[in-house]
Design a protein around this ligand. Structure first.
Ligand code: MG
Length: 235
């Protein structure tokens, strides 16, 4: 270990498909909703609707109580084994990891706790007291734009007030976070999305890869940062 200062001051990390190998929201829909949830997902992937509308309409199809859904998630899906040591390394290096999830959200903290990862900031969507089928509180949304549920652009931009930000993700809801981050780690769907947007990225498989890169990087590319987020949607 060198005594060199870390290349970034924050790391914004997606949850579904990233910290957990499976997309837990999709797994819940697969198990507790009729197949129509996938048609809504395709509307989102084609850019016809934002993630907020997508999530709300998909979750409305769910049967099962919040507790049943939560038990299903925690019992079946462990988090990526390299994540807990990564968090430990980041904290020792003075880097603040933040979880940014635009999924159903309620299972994120219980799943992290089950894996012994405590005290992380988790910014996500929160089902209303009646359960996810009844709707969500979007406490991490953009104040004007209604495109996404949780605004990853805003999370990255706020983190950038403290210095350069790394973004780690894999999917369609990571697009706008990636556009505004200083260095992007991408797998699964995200490399293709980054290529289309002109966002440079580093391929990764486990959080060990992300740590190795962050330890060896001498500079970060800096954000693409378009003047307005391409997902900008006004009601
Ligand atoms: Mg994801």
């Amino acid at each position: 270990m060198s005594g060199r200062a870390p290349i970034v001051t924050s790391i914004v990390v997606d949850f579904d498909g990233t910290i957990c190998e499976q997309d837990v929201s999709e797994e819940l829909l697969q198990a507790f909703a009729p197949a129509a949830w996938w048609d809504i997902d395709l509307e989102f992937r084609r850019g016809e609707i934002g993630s907020r509308e997508c999530l709300t309409r998909q979750a409305a199809l769910l049967s099962g109580t919040r507790d049943e859904l939560l038990r299903f998630a925690v019992d079946r899906y462990p988090i990526e084994p390299s994540f807990a040591p990564f968090v430990e390394w980041a904290r020792e290096s003075g880097i603040e990891p933040v979880v940014a999830s635009d999924g159903m959200g309620f299972y994120v903290e219980p799943m992290l706790r089950t894996a012994g990862v405590d005290g992380l900031r988790v910014l996500t969507n929160e089902p209303l007291p009646g359960g996810p089928a009844t709707g969500f509180r979007f406490g991490n949304a953009h104040p004007e734009c209604v495109g996404c549920g949780t605004c990853k652009m805003q999370i990255v931009q706020r983190s950038r007030a403290n210095g350069p930000v790394a973004f780690v993700g894999e999917g369609h809801t990571d697009r706008y976070g990636a556009l505004f981050a200083d260095v992007v780690f991408a797998k699964k769907h995200l490399p293709e999305i980054c290529r289309a947007d002109g966002v440079p990225f580093i391929a990764w498989e486990t959080f060990d890869d992300v740590r190795d890169s962050l330890e060896s990087l001498r500079e970060v590319p800096g954000p693409v940062a378009p003047s307005r987020c391409p997902g900008w949607t006004i009601p």
